[in-house]
Design a protein around this ligand. Sequence first.
Ligand code: URA
Length: 191
Amino acid sequence: MHRTLEEIEADALQCRKCELCETRTTVVFGVGNPDAEVMFIGEAPGKQEDLGAEPFIGAAGKLLNRMLERAGINRPDIYIANVLKCRPPGNRDPRPDEIQLCSPYLREQVRAIDPDVIVTLGNFATKFILKTDKGITSLRGQAYTAGKFYVLPTFHPAAAIYDQSKLALLESDFDLLGELLRVARERKAAR
Ligand code: URA
């Protein structure tokens, strides 16, 4: 039996396993539909998320919203979480020890939500879910299976803000996501 999201969140809100607890404003656990068919995983909260206690509410979140619309997905229907639940100071990269200490929360979230499709946004989420050392540029653009999940790796929206050449690729990955969701729904209906 897995724990409920509420039980996992209650634990995470108290977390003092790494030093990020000293500098965070809030723990950004995750938000969305507990029965979501698609779960998005980002890297770590940024400044806006640290203040608002919700993933992807800053500039990267705005671009994510545009991409969701493109794929025909309503944001309240999905679940969004990050690899790290607390903001690294200055938005530096997550450290391996922080990822290791924080990862039980994400693993439990995935188990509780049990989505059909996991979209990994950027290198950190992709490496964590696909257990690979390959970079996002070579992995994106196609779906993989990991256990019973489809996994669709794509660029982190923040990367597409800084590098406009990635925007068309991000868009094409979200078009693929729309298609993948149609296939997953058809497979479910046929069961
Ligand atoms: N970047 C992330 O990876 N996650 C957020 O929640 C916001 C920005």
